[in-house]
Design a protein around this ligand. Structure first.
Ligand SMILES: NC(=O)c1ccc[n+]([C@@H]2O[C@H](COP(=O)([O-])OP(=O)(O)OC[C@H]3O[C@@H](n4cnc5c(N)ncnc54)[C@H](O)[C@@H]3O)[C@@H](O)[C@H]2O)c1
Length: 257
């Protein structure tokens, strides 16, 4: 964290290692908006590279913290690391973006696959909130934005199927409950439900699948990671303080809610 301007607050972003991913795009945009950022990911090398680049280009504090969001001890250690970092301002925003897809159809779906997709997407979001929300409650300020998906509403598409849909629908319900529980502390909680986004999450799928995913979108293209990231950052802005418990659809016209 060599080249730094002092930010007013810190944004913690999970899933922030994949160079073309939504988490890294969100960390960049939080930094551009003047937040200090903590990049949380199981891939420390990727998170470190993104943090160094953000520090160099945006000039705010950017810290990479290794963490498996499915593991409570790992998440608690990450929170402790952030609390101990004297240079970082208090955490004002938590963007739970880490996630994995699950393309198995019902017949192909094993209990192991089911547990894995729920653990990363849904339990990971819960564990991160358990670790970072108490400080927000104490300071009576906070913004939480959780990553859902259009799949929660459509039940699946060409690529992601029912287990992923269940995890992402769970996030919608959890976020609504959080919004109710945390409103007395002036903490907002919202979910973002993108359609298809041009990242490496479907690495290995065929061009044919990618074209049919884009072709099914009324606007005729996939979203960029930056377009989704911008919504996360805006939901954490001062101007978004009266929005809570919502799920924001961002899908190029594929689904209207
Ligand atoms: N790309 C899309 O089309 C799309 C659409 C809707 C929703 N989403 C959701 O957006 C989020 C980000 O997706 P992306 O496309 O940027 O994916 P990505 O694969 O580029 O990035 C996901 C990141 O999450 C991290 N991660 C995975 N498991 C983890 C764990 N257990 N602990 C910590 N980090 C972990 C990965 O290391 C990676 O950096 C996911 O939750 C995904 O489900 C993506």
């Amino acid at each position: 964290m060599g080249n730094t301007n002092m930010a007013k607050r810190t944004a913690v972003v999970t899933g922030a290692a994949s160079p073309r991913g939504i988490g890294v795009a969100a960390a960049r945009q939080f930094a551009a908006a003047g937040w200090a950022v903590v990049l949380v990911d199981r891939d420390l090398q990727g998170a470190n590279a993104a943090a160094a680049d953000i520090n160099r280009t945006a000039g705010v504090q950017a810290l990479a913290v290794p963490c498996d969001v499915t593991n409570e001890a790992s998440v608690q250690q990450a929170a402790q690391r952030v609390r101990q970092e004297a240079d970082l301002p208090t955490v004002g925003a938590l963007a739970n973006i880490a996630g994995v897809p699950e393309p198995a159809t019902f017949s192909e779906l094993s209990l192991e696959k089911w547990n894995r997709v729920l653990a990363v997407n849904l339990t990971g979001t819960f564990l991160m909130c358990k670790a970072f929300v108490p400080q927000m409650m104490a300071q009576r300020y906070g913004r939480i934005v959780n990553m859902s998906s259009i799949t929660a509403f459509t039940g699946g598409g060409i690529f992601s199927k029912s287990a992923y849909a269940a995890a992402k629908a769970g996030i919608v319900g959890f976020t609504r409950g959080l919004a109710r529980d945390l409103a007395p502390y002036a903490i907002t909680a919202n979910a973002v439900a993108p359609g298809v986004v041009d990242t490496d999450i479907r690495m290995g799928t065929t061009d044919e699948i990618e074209h049919s995913l884009s072709g099914a979108v009324p606007l005729g293209r996939q979203a960029s990671a930056a377009e989704i990231a911008a919504l996360f950052v805006w939901l954490c802005s001062e101007n978004a303080g009266y929005i809570t418990g919502t799920t924001q659809h961002i899908n190029g016209g594929s689904y209207f809610g």
